[in-house]
Design a protein around this ligand. Structure first.
Ligand code: NAP
Length: 275
């Protein structure tokens, strides 16, 4: 029987996950389909129970449900520490929750810079994505600084990590970027429809900085544009992380090796075609 997977969230209509996972199923010749389901916070518990009853094999969870969904699954320890899930696996009968956002970002950074241990990493943002990313980098032995508009949230997040500091987005930001090896934008700043926004401009960067923007819509954000202007050699867009977090979910559900290249091509083609 055809297996059914999907993503729940609100809004969810423009998610690139269906195109990415359906390309993977097609590439591997699997009899499976991946759909988007709009689910509000108040319907979340019913949706997870209903998915289990209907025999849905796996779900991704996106904004604004990632934190709340934790209450309705058996979550792995890492997801509990992060405080959010983005993946549910139904194969054992009980819904089991995972968080693959951090795994995706770590894979991107290891591919780009190699060893993470000992690197100074400045993360812009203290929301759901920043929590997942900072948890993995902290565990790998990076020296993480959280910079957030709401400084209290940065302080809170840093206090949950082993070796992290926090700052606001004021004048101190430039000094900290100067001392950083890696800069990650994990805020929604620069995302469509505010493509002209960035928290960091070219004059605040140095050429040896790795600049990674997790925003993928548009693929080339204003921040990445500024990094190019500053002569930054290693620039990474958000599509890679999207693909790697999706690939990690795919592996949890299917136990198959995800066809990364086909998944990335499907996402980049859809971005060019539809956005
Ligand atoms: P979130 O939980 O809502 O957090 C948003 C963060 O952005 C907060 O730290 C918030 O600061 C900050 N922010 C928002 N508007 C700002 C502004 N005008 N100036 C300064 N800071 C601002 O969102 P999220 O789930 O972490 O997602 C963040 C972004 O990452 C989104 O664009 C999402 O699409 C993207 N994302 C990409 C991937 C991927 O695979 N590539 C995965 C997950 C998320 P305050 O705390 O001060 O409000």
């Amino acid at each position: 029987m055809k297996k059914i997977y999907g993503i729940i969230g609100d809004p969810v209509a423009h998610s690139l996950s269906p195109v990415m996972h359906n390309a993977a199923f097609e590439k591997l010749g699997m009899d499976a389909v991946y759909l988007a389901f709009r689910v509000s916070k108040s319907e979340l518990e019913d949706a997870i129970r209903g998915a289990k009853s209907l025999g849905i094999s796996g779900l991704n969870v996106t904004i604004p449900l990632k934190e709340k969904a934790l209450s309705f699954v058996d979550a792995e320890e890492v997801a509990k520490k992060i405080g959010a899930i983005n993946t549910i696996d139904f194969s054992s009968g009980t819904p089991v929750g995972y968080n693959t956002d951090g795994i995706g970002s770590l894979r991107v950074l290891k591919e780009t810079t190699g060893e993470i241990k000992g690197k100074n990493v400045l993360i812009l943002g203290a929301g759901g994505a920043a929590k997942a990313i900072s948890f993995y980098l902290d565990t790998e032995g990076a020296k993480v600084t959280i910079a957030n508009r709401t400084k209290e949230r940065a302080a809170q997040l840093a206090s949950n990590l082993r070796n992290a500091d926090f700052i606001g987005l004021g004048a101190e930001l430039k000094k900290h970027i100067n001392a950083s090896d890696i800069l990650i934008n994990a805020t929604s700043v620069g995302m469509h429809p505010n493509e002209n926004a960035t928290l960091v401009s070219a004059d605040m960067m140095h050429p040896d900085l790795v600049v990674f923007d997790i925003v993928y819509n548009p693929m080339e954000t204003k921040l990445l544009n500024e990094a190019k202007r500053a002569g930054v050699k290693k620039i990474v867009d958000g599509v890679k992380m999207l693909v790697y977090q999706g690939a990690a979910s795919f592996k949890i559900w299917t136990k198959e090796e995800p066809p990364i290249k086909a998944m990335e091509k499907a996402v980049r083609d859809a971005m060019i075609r539809d956005y």
